[in-house]
Design a binder for this molecule. Structure first.
Ligand SMILES: Nc1ncnc2c1ncn2[C@@H]1O[C@H](COP(=O)(O)OP(=O)(O)OP(=O)(O)O)[C@@H](O)[C@H]1O
Length: 369
């Protein structure tokens, strides 16, 4: 089995970390320290080695160390299927984030072809009961791990939709303007829906007969309201044309893949995820990213990098041991945070350990050997 892991990670003026460096070897990484010490900030930095705004969805200007105001930078040496890549991303104050791969300027989406990163953060604890947007984002991140070009389709779709929404708000009635934009939305929308359905199918197969301590989930896609959810290009095209009057009334596009919602059923109990206990809901999320890992290990050749923020604290000792065992079996580099070392006791020597503390408004990082 191939491997995907960060061998060296450097942060400069990144949130509470003025200068931090982690030298890693592919084992999971346990990061512990008091609340507010700067643990999640390290996971956020890793999440920015993939396309998008990272696990906090922060704007580039929020991320630089507050007291310095000189911008921020993340640099990583990444081993991806026996190849070494240098990834760099940074932003100057007031500018967009820039990416360089192997010394050359690259679009953000180029990161997705090399680094596959999926995460679970405490804000996702209520994923199954909150608005569809969070579920859609969770799904799209898994889809991107299978199909990096998904990010490009989503960006192109959203751009065409913003332009269409502007026409709708301005009450433009000229059909030609709509035809061109709707054709682009239908092209990209069909790609998005197909990628999502393929990913669901792949996740279902990865759960089938898997040896795991976590409960299987049956996933489906539906529209977040009672409108249809077209998949094919021609059906999307017809739906956009049909809904123009209603969309004009609403001032935005009411139908299409941006309205899709992910539903999950706890298979063994036949209970919808939003009706499950808090612990069961969390277990379903863990189960899904592990299934994502198993599927990628087969399809891509390596499991993704997992970012598991405060996941260990919510599991009993048996479940924690099971999670660590499954991460180990996948050969995945999982960055995991917790308040104390005892949460990682079950890992024995199978992880790198870092302790983070706060001093004078900045984080200090110490490797525990
Ligand atoms: N742009 C920034 N510049 C400097 N410090 C920042 C910046 N953004 C956030 N911080 C600081 O980083 C700290 C939070 O870091 P982080 O979320 O990584 O903590 P944590 O160790 O994960 O804590 P918890 O256990 O509570 O989740 C806070 O003290 C916050 O003030």
């Amino acid at each position: 089995m191939g491997r995907l892991y960060i061998e060296e990670l450097s942060l400069s003026h990144f949130r509470s970390h003025r200068a931090a460096r982690l030298e890693l070897d592919g084992r999971p990484v346990a990061i512990y320290g008091a609340n507010g010490a700067g643990k999640t900030n390290i996971l956020e930095a890793v999440s920015l080695l993939s396309p998008g705004r990272g696990l906090r969805r922060a704007a580039p200007d929020e991320i630089g160390h507050k007291s310095v105001g000189v911008g921020w930078k993340i640099r990583a040496d990444l081993v991806s299927l026996h190849q070494m890549h240098e990834l760099e991303t940074w932003a100057e104050p007031g500018s967009a984030r820039t990416v360089r791969v192997d010394g050359k300027s690259a679009p953000q989406v180029a990161l997705g072809r090399i680094a596959r990163v999926v995460w679970l953060i405490p804000a996702m604890d209520r994923l199954w009961i909150e608005a569809p947007e969070g579920r859609r984002r969770f799904l799209d991140r898994m889809v991107m791990s299978f199909e990096p070009r998904h990010a490009e389709a989503v960006l192109a779709y959203e751009k065409a939709m913003r332009d269409r929404n502007r026409l709708l708000k301005d009450m433009v009635r000229d059909a030609h303007w709509y035809d061109a934009l709707e054709a682009q939305m239908a092209d990209q929308g069909a790609v998005i829906m197909t990628n999502r359905l393929n990913a669901l199918e792949r996740l279902a197969r990865a759960q089938d007969g898997a040896e795991t301590a976590f409960p299987a989930a049956h996933l489906t896609l539906k529209a977040s309201d009672d409108l249809p959810l077209p998949v094919e290009r021609d059906d999307l095209l017809a739906a956009y044309a049909d809904t123009r009057p209603r969309d004009m009334h609403a001032g935005r596009t009411l139908i299409g893949p941006h309205r899709a919602d992910l539903t999950a059923v706890y298979t063994a109990k036949d209970v919808a995820a939003d009706q499950c206990s808090t612990g069961e809901q969390k277990a379903l999320l863990i189960s899904l990213i592990l299934a994502n890992g198993r599927a990628l290990a087969e399809d891509f050749g390596a499991a993704p990098i997992f970012l598991l923020d405060e996941v260990a604290a919510h599991l009993d000792a048996n479940r924690r041991a099971a999670l660590y065992h499954e991460i180990g079996a996948l050969g995945a580099q999982a960055f995991m945070t917790g308040t104390g070392p005892e949460l990682f006791a079950e890992l024995d020597g199978r992880a790198a350990r870092y302790e983070v503390s706060e001093e004078g408004g900045s984080s200090l990082l110490k490797e525990i050997l």
